[in-house]
Design a protein around this ligand. Structure first.
Ligand code: NDP
Ligand code: X2X
Ligand code: MG
Ligand code: MG
Length: 494
């Protein structure tokens, strides 16, 4: 198999990268009806598998799980998750032949072997679905021509797919039909019904393509969503401890700080997040984020270039062939960092304090969100897709860090995202080394406003406010958030 994207002409590459149509509510008036009475069989019951299945069942659909024999025999976690939630569990041979929709939610590295095992068992005219385009685009997997191939990709970690659904909201979702596999023309009806079943239509849905999804998802996860939050957590923690801040305090400020500051981001964009700072702090955080953007821009561009060329995929697939040696080594090393090994202190931190004592974190979030958005759009990804993949998903990843630090984030995200996160982290830490030598506790660990009056130069604050609100991400974000009428505020740790 060859990388499907690399077989396309430049014109077709740009066409497929540019597929992105916002689908408003009127597109979903049929709800889940296209899938009522259909047998849905989910292969894999992990982060996405369990949580999507719970949502689909709660939406009235017939869901069961086909697990690999060894998961059943040795009662692995996936078997426990499916049976403890009272789902029917069976083998491929037992459940696939009668399935109308087979949802493949196994790890990307297993897709080729899983699809090769499952496809011969699928009945004529069945549908196969993915939540990430890697197997089709980066590996060029060929699917039997009578099978419809669709994608429903939540722009969110599995745990939050469920958490937002339970709150009565949902998560932004990209849906697609593989142009090579829509023999009966039913792909979009199935993809829309499946998307409604997960609650995605309440947050926002883009009619996308396998190419547009994979090239943006890899970029978002490697840079702003996981990579920068990992690098930022480690660098900020080490800096505070180096400067004598209590380690328990430093740990708590970071573990919960990303969630608190990005809750403002989720509700009102970068402008709203910066508005939580005093004027002097806003100007300082703006200046820091401009400097961080200049330092990190080449690294963001390198990640996007390597994703577009297929260089990233071949690097990661070499590790698959080497039994995930790098992934497992880097996962263990992350667990040994001081931030991961220092529990959050039993200390009260007021919600506002996370902003006043965390200017560097606010600056990192702005720098990362804007850089990821700019780099994706420059590479041919449309703004709506880039928004969901950068600004909106950052708070959802931050929710996982608030639960159990980087361990939780790296457990809940896919192995593909985790691998890319470590690649970014290894390159970004040295890149920021010189900058970090200039950092004092006034921008991370203590209240920036202490001992200062609130005065600023009028022209400076006017220019900063204009720069923050005039970024393209703020316009597309305001539009997309208007459609998020069901968005719920989450209670953040004070
Ligand atoms: N994680 C996330 O938040 C997101 C993931 N995605 C995509 O969703 C898909 C699933 O990812 P994710 O939920 O993270 O995966 P997980 O690693 O969380 O779960 C994988 C599941 O597949 C099973 N599995 C592992 N190896 C095999 C195998 N060889 N054959 C059959 N089943 C196997 C595992 O069960 P066991 O090991 O017990 O057999 C587990 O149930 C991927 O395509 C990913 O890119 C998309 C958006 C976000
Ligand atoms: C959670 C998500 O959207 C990721 C980061 O793309 C993934 O886990 O692959
Ligand atoms: Mg993603
Ligand atoms: Mg991903």
């Amino acid at each position: 198999m060859a990388n499907y994207f690399n077989t396309l002409s430049l014109r077709e590459k740009l066409n497929q990268l540019g597929v992105c149509e916002f689908m408003d509510n009127t597109e979903f008036t049929d709800g889940v009806s296209a899938l009522i009475g259909k047998k849905i069989v989910v292969v894999g019951c992990g982060a996405q598998g369990l949580n999507q299945g719970l949502n689909l069942r709660d939406s009235g659909l017939d869901v069961s799980y086909a697990l690999r024999q060894e998961a059943i025999d040795s009662k692995r976690q996936s078997w426990k998750s499916a049976t403890e939630n009272n789902f029917t569990v069976g083998t491929y041979e037992q459940l696939i032949p009668s399935a109308d929709l087979v949802i493949n939610l196994t790890p990307d590295k297993q897709h080729t072997s899983v699809v090769n095992a499952v496809m011969p068992l699928m009945k004529e005219g069945a549908t196969l679905s993915y939540s990430h385009g890697f197997n089709i685009v980066e590996e060029g997997m060929q699917i039997r021509k009578d099978i419809t191939v669709i994608m429903v990709a939540p722009k969110c970690p599995g745990s939050e797919v469920r958490a937002e659904y339970v709150r009565g909201f949902g998560v932004p979702t990209l849906i697609a039909v593989h142009p090579e596999n829509d023999p009966e023309g039913k792909g979009w009806a199935y993809a829309k019904a499946y998307c409604v079943g997960t609650g995605g239509h309440r947050a926002g849905v883009l009619k996308s393509s396998f190419v547009a999804e994979v090239k943006s998802d890899l970029m978002g996860e490697q840079t702003i969503l996981c990579g920068l939050l990992q690098t930022g957590s480690i660098l900020c923690f080490d800096k505070m401890v180096e400067k004598g801040i209590d380690a328990g305090y430093a740990s708590k400020l970071i573990q919960y700080g990303w969630e608190v500051i990005t809750e403002a981001l989720k509700q009102g964009g970068i402008t709203a997040m910066f508005d939580r700072l005093s004027n002097p702090a806003k100007i300082k955080a703006f200046e820091i984020s401009e400097e961080l953007k200049d330092i990190m821009r080449p690294l963001f561009q390198k990640h996007q270039d390597d994703i577009m060329s297929g260089e990233f995929s071949s690097t990661m697939m070499a590790d698959w062939a080497n039994n995930d040696k790098n992934l497992l080594t880097w996962r263990a090393a992350t667990g040994e960092t001081a931030f991961e090994k220092t529990p959050a202190g039993d200390v009260k931190i007021a919600e506002q304090e996370y902003f006043d004592n965390g200017l560097l974190m606010v600056a990192m979030v702005r720098a990362g969100v804007e850089l990821a958005f700019e780099t994706m759009v420059e590479a041919g990804i449309k703004e709506e897709s880039a928004y969901y993949e950068s600004l909106h998903e950052t708070p959802l990843i931050a929710n996982t860090i608030a639960r159990r630090k980087l361990f939780e984030m790296n457990s809940v995200i896919s192995d593909t995202a985790e691998y890319g996160c470590y690649l970014f982290d290894h390159a970004c830490k040295p890149l920021l080394a010189d900058f970090m030598t200039t950092v004092e506790t006034d921008i991370i660990g203590t209240n920036f406003n202490a001992g200062k009056d609130n005065g600023v130069d009028n022209r400076t604050i006017i220019a900063v406010n204009e720069a923050l609100r005039s970024h393209d991400i703020e316009y597309v974000g305001a539009e997309l958030r208007q459609a998020m009428t069901d968005m719920k505020a989450i209670s953040t740790v004070a």
